[in-house]
Design a protein around this ligand. Structure first.
Ligand SMILES: [Ca+2]
Ligand SMILES: [Ca+2]
Length: 77
Protein backbone atom coordinates (compact mmCIF):
# COMPACT_ATOMS: atom_id res chain seq x y z
CA UNK A 1 0.00 0.00 0.00
CA UNK A 2 2.65 2.45 1.10
CA UNK A 3 4.82 1.64 -1.89
CA UNK A 4 1.95 2.34 -4.27
CA UNK A 5 1.19 5.75 -2.82
CA UNK A 6 4.87 6.68 -2.88
CA UNK A 7 5.01 5.73 -6.51
CA UNK A 8 1.91 7.78 -7.27
CA UNK A 9 3.38 10.78 -5.49
CA UNK A 10 6.61 10.53 -7.46
CA UNK A 11 4.63 10.18 -10.66
CA UNK A 12 2.45 13.18 -9.86
CA UNK A 13 5.52 15.26 -9.04
CA UNK A 14 7.12 14.26 -12.30
CA UNK A 15 3.97 15.12 -14.19
CA UNK A 16 3.72 18.50 -12.49
CA UNK A 17 7.36 19.31 -13.15
CA UNK A 18 6.97 18.33 -16.79
CA UNK A 19 4.10 20.74 -17.21
CA UNK A 20 5.99 23.51 -15.43
CA UNK A 21 9.10 22.85 -17.48
CA UNK A 22 7.78 22.23 -20.97
CA UNK A 23 4.76 20.44 -22.30
CA UNK A 24 5.76 17.93 -24.97
CA UNK A 25 4.61 19.19 -28.37
CA UNK A 26 2.20 17.37 -30.59
CA UNK A 27 3.67 15.09 -33.23
CA UNK A 28 3.71 17.69 -35.97
CA UNK A 29 5.43 20.12 -33.60
CA UNK A 30 8.10 17.57 -32.76
CA UNK A 31 8.66 16.67 -36.42
CA UNK A 32 10.72 19.76 -37.20
CA UNK A 33 11.54 18.87 -40.80
CA UNK A 34 8.03 17.57 -41.51
CA UNK A 35 9.20 14.28 -42.99
CA UNK A 36 6.51 12.37 -41.14
CA UNK A 37 8.76 10.99 -38.42
CA UNK A 38 10.54 12.17 -35.30
CA UNK A 39 14.18 11.14 -35.64
CA UNK A 40 16.71 10.83 -32.81
CA UNK A 41 17.89 14.44 -33.14
CA UNK A 42 14.37 15.83 -33.19
CA UNK A 43 13.48 13.66 -30.23
CA UNK A 44 16.55 14.78 -28.29
CA UNK A 45 15.57 18.41 -28.82
CA UNK A 46 12.37 17.73 -26.87
CA UNK A 47 14.36 16.87 -23.73
CA UNK A 48 11.99 14.09 -22.75
CA UNK A 49 13.23 11.58 -20.22
CA UNK A 50 12.74 8.73 -22.67
CA UNK A 51 14.91 6.26 -24.47
CA UNK A 52 14.53 6.85 -28.20
CA UNK A 53 15.61 3.33 -29.14
CA UNK A 54 13.02 1.87 -26.81
CA UNK A 55 10.23 3.98 -28.26
CA UNK A 56 11.15 3.17 -31.85
CA UNK A 57 9.14 -0.04 -31.88
CA UNK A 58 9.94 -1.01 -35.48
CA UNK A 59 13.60 0.16 -35.20
CA UNK A 60 13.56 2.26 -38.37
CA UNK A 61 15.29 5.20 -36.70
CA UNK A 62 12.14 7.32 -36.76
CA UNK A 63 9.19 7.61 -34.45
CA UNK A 64 5.97 7.66 -36.41
CA UNK A 65 2.87 9.30 -34.97
CA UNK A 66 1.79 6.13 -33.18
CA UNK A 67 5.20 5.55 -31.63
CA UNK A 68 5.54 9.19 -30.62
CA UNK A 69 2.14 9.37 -29.01
CA UNK A 70 2.80 6.14 -27.15
CA UNK A 71 5.87 7.85 -25.70
CA UNK A 72 3.79 10.71 -24.38
CA UNK A 73 1.09 8.43 -22.98
CA UNK A 74 3.63 6.29 -21.16
CA UNK A 75 4.21 9.09 -18.59
CA UNK A 76 1.84 7.98 -15.82
CA UNK A 77 -0.12 4.77 -16.04
CA1 LIG B 1 11.41 14.57 -38.82
CA1 LIG C 1 9.70 3.66 -35.88
Amino acid sequence: MKKTSLLLTACAALFASNIAFAEPPEFKGADKNSDGGVDAAEFKALNLEKDFAELDADKNGNLNKTEYEAALEEECD
